[in-house]
Ligand binder design. Structure first.
Ligand SMILES: [Zn+2]
Length: 61
């Protein structure tokens, strides 16, 4: 049993760790952070949402 297994998710198809972004397809800023579309090494598309600390962007007034 490994303690880090819980937090590390891998691609069900090829086993690529999700922490390692193979290719970023597109990014979309949201109110809470950012949504990033990534493509795995096997071509599988994934959507991950990143929450930024603070939660406010510089563009918004
Ligand atoms: Zn994969």
């Amino acid at each position: 049993m490994e303690s880090c297994t819980d937090r590390t998710q891998v691609c069900p198809d090829c086993g690529w760790p999700e922490e390692e972004i193979y290719q970023v397809v597109s990014r979309h800023p949201t109110s809470t952070g950012m949504v990033v579309y990534t493509r795995c090494a096997c071509g599988r598309l994934q959507v991950r949402s990143l929450s930024l600390p603070g939660g406010r962007g510089g563009a918004q007034r």
